[in-house]
Write a protein of this length. Structure first.
Length: 236
């Protein structure tokens, strides 16, 4: 009986083919993420894809010996539903918040998609699996150039180094100019204070969709500002 189970039958080769498609497509997605040096790479995506495929194959074929018409029935879709919910802990593990910005959402979504590709391949839907993989690459590489052609829709990060003569509420006026120009202050750091001329210097990081040139003019026009220049260096 064990020997018969180990010898691939016609159905066994079909299962191996479905598993192979899931392995190949998951590996392709993982390789692309590995090349781009993302949080999860080739191994993670391949394992997620083939794991989802294996669960789907077990759901489809793994209980045929205990099924009996009228007494024992099976709902293969329940396994697929559990795959979707079970991926939540993996996705949550790669999403984190740093300095007020959320990172890892694309990685989590790609892991979720890879599991879907593996499930589709194992469910006997190779065309859908291939189309989903192609859609991923289209979104990753086709949408990005389009986004660069629409600068008005993108948030533009920028930094300013401002030197000013100290007086009350001057910093408050600088922050108000950011808001008026359509930007949000992402960070503010004092560089130097208290020299012989009572000047101070601050670094202001802003994010927004406004006109950076207009913001520079607004900063320079604030009474007491001695110098204003762009400084896009970032502290790690």
């Amino acid at each position: 009986m064990l020997r018969a189970a180990l010898e691939p039958s016609g159905q066994g080769w079909v299962q191996a083919g479905e598993f192979g498609v899931a392995f190949l497509l998951s590996g392709v997605i993982g390789l692309e993420r590995e090349i781009r040096q993302k949080a999860a790479g080739l191994r993670t995506y391949t394992i997620v894809g083939v794991g989802a495929a294996l669960f789907t194959l077990v759901s489809k074929y793994g209980f045929s010996d205990v099924l009996h018409t009228g007494t024992v029935s099976l709902d293969p879709s329940r396994m697929a539903a559990q795959i979707v919910s079970g991926l939540g802990f993996i996705g949550a593990g790669v999403i984190f918040v740093q300095r007020g910005s959320v990172q890892g959402l694309t990685t989590a979504a790609t892991i979720w998609l890879t599991a879907a590709v593996g499930s589709a391949a194992a469910a006997g839907l190779p065309l859908l699996a291939v189309l989903a993989t192609a859609a991923y690459f289209l979104v990753s590489y086709g949408v990005r150039p389009l986004a660069h052609r629409l600068p008005a829709l993108r948030s533009v990060p920028a930094g300013y180094r401002i030197t000013y003569l100290w007086r009350p509420r001057l910093l408050h006026e600088l922050l108000a100019q950011c808001e008026a120009a359509g930007f949000v202050v992402d960070g503010l750091r004092t560089v130097s204070t208290g020299d012989a001329e009572h000047t101070a210097e601050v670094l202001i990081s802003v994010v927004g969709r406004g006109d950076l040139g207009a913001l520079t003019v607004r900063f320079a026009d604030v009474p007491g500002v001695v110098a204003c220049r762009r400084d896009d260096s970032r502290d790690e």
